[in-house]
Design a binder for this molecule. Structure first.
Ligand code: DOR
Ligand code: ZN
Length: 343
């Protein structure tokens, strides 16, 4: 195949940051995607409808002139989020979901939830009004191995949560394990996003030829058997699995550090990365539904009317894109890609 035309995709898990960083990264996403679920882990986080409205305005103001893009906003859940805020979010229309970060799990999660049961009143309200809950599904307990954090979260927190709230619609974000895939397939009202890095790489890449901080994200890459399970789920045609890049920009000096930040920047070439992953298992015919159908179907939004075209051609991913003082290193920087979005 030399050309692939698909319905314009959406990104169901994106970090856009704020200020100059927002202005630097947003054009990359706008070029490929029509809409994105915008994560609320700013400093301070986006906790209220008023904060989400103001953040949305800043995003709209940063869209390059003449282009179209719809930011789908989320609220950051804390121990103290009142159920009334969720009801107000529903009324606000532009807020599409609530994001749960376990306190301390990842970038800017200090204000996250310390005990999931503290939020039961909020979950009850969300279940009643059918507002999706987006989960960063990792436990943070120091005695749980880094590579088991997702599996333990599912067993200890997510299974009981689904028993308490069977009708609550949940997205287990950026799934990384076969355990997560099995749980999602087996559980009603649960879907999942999958990132390009988790489809393309196992944890070996983190140590290939030396320590490689640009492959460090959370949840961390897992062993090859898990990558295979994710690739199988993504290309299976099961509508529970859809595209969410988790593109998470950090300046080069924040990544190349004695204590480096978690996050891979993939907005530059996201759809091409997914195309390569799908092609690797001869499943390019499954890309469109994963990238452009199942996400809007889950969120009960219309599928996009426009399309994009990918062309089979070789091009080199830049070493860096402009981003403040220290630049931004894209995923697989300097390497060759075999697909390119050409229109
Ligand atoms: O790698 C990650 N980066 N994982 C997250 O959960 C957050 C994200 C970020 O905001 O940098
Ligand atoms: Zn994320």
């Amino acid at each position: 195949m030399q050309k692939l035309t698909i319905t314009r995709p959406d990104d169901w898990h994106l970090h856009l940051r704020d200020g100059a960083a927002l202005k630097a990264v947003l054009p990359h996403t706008v070029r490929q995607f029509a809409r994105a679920i915008v994560m609320p882990n700013l400093k301070p986080p986006v906790r209220s409808v008023a904060e989400a409205a103001a953040y949305r305005d800043r995003i709209l103001a940063a869209i390059p002139v003449g282009q179209r893009f719809e930011p789908l906003m989320t609220l950051y859940l804390t121990d103290n989020t009142p159920p009334e805020e969720i009801i107000a979010a529903q009324a606000a229309k532009f807020i599409k979901a609530v994001k749960y970060y376990p306190a301390g799990a990842t970038t800017n999660s200090d204000s996250g939830v310390t005990d999931i049961q503290k939020c039961d009143r909020v979950f009850d309200a969300m279940q009643q009004i059918d507002m999706p809950l987006l989960l960063h599904g990792e436990v943070t307990a120091a005695d749980v191995d880094m590579f088991d954090r997702e599996k333990v979260f599912i067993e200890k927190h997510l299974m009981p949560l689904k028993q308490r709230f069977p009708h609550l619609r949940v997205v287990l974000e950026h799934v990384t394990t076969a355990d997560a895939v099995d749980f999602v397939m087996a559980t009603h009202n649960v879907a999942a996003t999958i990132t390009p890095q988790h489809l393309l790489f196992s944890r070996n890449i983190l140590f290939q030829g030396g320590l490689r901080p640009h492959y460090y994200c959370l949840p961390i890459l897992k062993r090859e058997t898990h990558r295979q399970a994710l690739l199988k789920a993504a290309t299976s045609g099961d509508p529970k699995f859809f595209l969410g890049t988790d593109s998470a920009p950090h300046p080069r000096d924040g990544k190349e550090s004695a204590c480096g930040c978690a996050g891979c920047f993939s907005a530059l070439h996201a759809i091409e990365l997914y195309a390569e992953a799908f092609e690797s298992v001869d499943a390019l015919d499954k890309l469109e539904a994963f990238a452009s159908f199942y996400g809007p179907d889950f969120y009960r939004l219309p599928r996009n009317p426009e399309s994009i075209t990918l062309t089979k051609t070789t091009w080199r991913i830049p070493d860096e894109v402009p981003f403040g003082k220290s630049g931004l290193v894209p995923l697989r920087a300097g390497e060759e890609m075999t697909w390119q979005m050409t229109s």
